[in-house]
Ligand binder design. Structure first.
Ligand SMILES: C[S@@+](CC[C@H](N)C(=O)[O-])C[C@H]1O[C@@H](n2cnc3c(N)ncnc32)[C@H](O)[C@@H]1O
Length: 239
């Protein structure tokens, strides 16, 4: 039957449309796509262009991974040195930093995230350039060395956008000031990935935690014309 005719038939046959919807839902469920992540699953190729080659994410990973085109922008600020990715998650940023020729120290407190990040790094063929560590960034920070520190802390789940202004003390697991100070012990060259509704004045004030104040550059990040996030670059990570 020609495609047009079959579509017309579906329109007239609500039972068939319902069956198709149930089939689609079953397929999504078999892929671990829960109600919460359905919206993000539709954006899977924005998150990882090689999604179909074996990328794996847990529920938090779906809504917290950095979209690939933004992760590439972050990585473009590095110069083939050592990058400390303090909140690696499922590896969206670590993979792009490694692909840019850096040695990446990838830390996450959740062992499952580190396992997923490793799997995803294998998909991109960069696992040999990443040192995967399960641990608490705040405990590890004093012993770490690097040329760039990348901070992509939890924003507190998808509800972050409901606040009119996202304040730095809403970041997890500690406020943005504590986070920035811990990062500064490693290097002043810091990249911080933040919600699009973050209070920009507060972000700029972070540069004053250093004396003399660090250079700071703030960038808006878009995916497909939609404003997704804000990135703040400090020290030599600025352009
Ligand atoms: C927003 S996600 C990172 C996403 C990552 N940039 C990506 O593209 O996949 C934040 C991660 O921080 C981790 N995390 C939370 N507290 C931590 C801590 N104290 N030390 C290290 N990682 C932590 C969480 O397990 C979560 O995976």
């Amino acid at each position: 039957m020609p495609a047009k005719a079959s579509r017309r038939k579906n329109k007239r046959n609500p039972l068939k449309v319902k069956k198709l919807k149930i089939k689609k839902k079953a397929k999504e469920q078999s892929l671990g796509v829960t109600r919460l992540v359905r919206k993000y699953w539709r954006q899977r190729y924005d998150l990882f262009s090689r999604y179909d080659e074996g990328i794996e994410l847990d529920e938090e990973g779906w809504y917290s991974v950095t979209p690939e085109c933004i992760a590439v922008r972050h990585a473009e600020r590095s110069e083939g040195g050592v990058v400390v990715d303090c909140f690696t998650g499922c590896g969206g940023n670590a993979i792009q930093f490694a692909a840019m020729g850096n040695h990446v120290i990838a830390i996450d407190i959740d062992p499952l995230k580190v396992a997923l990040a490793y799997n995803n790094a294998v998909v991109y063929g960069v696992e040999d350039y990443i040192e995967f560590i399960v641990g608490d960034f705040f405990q590890l920070a004093p012993s770490l060395k690097g040329d760039i520190v990348f901070l992509s802390p939890p924003w507190g789940g998808p509800s972050y956008i409901q606040s009119q202004k996202f304040m730095l003390d809403m970041l997890k697991p500690k406020d943005g000031w504590s986070l920035f100070q811990a990062a500064q012990r490693i290097t002043p060259n810091i990249i911080m990935f933040l919600p699009r509704n973050v209070d920009i004045d507060q972000v700029a004030q972070l540069s004053w935690l250093s004396s003399p104040p660090l250079d700071v550059e703030i960038e808006e990040n878009y995916v497909g014309g939609n404003r997704k996030a804000i990135t703040a670059y400090f020290g030599d990570a600025t352009n």
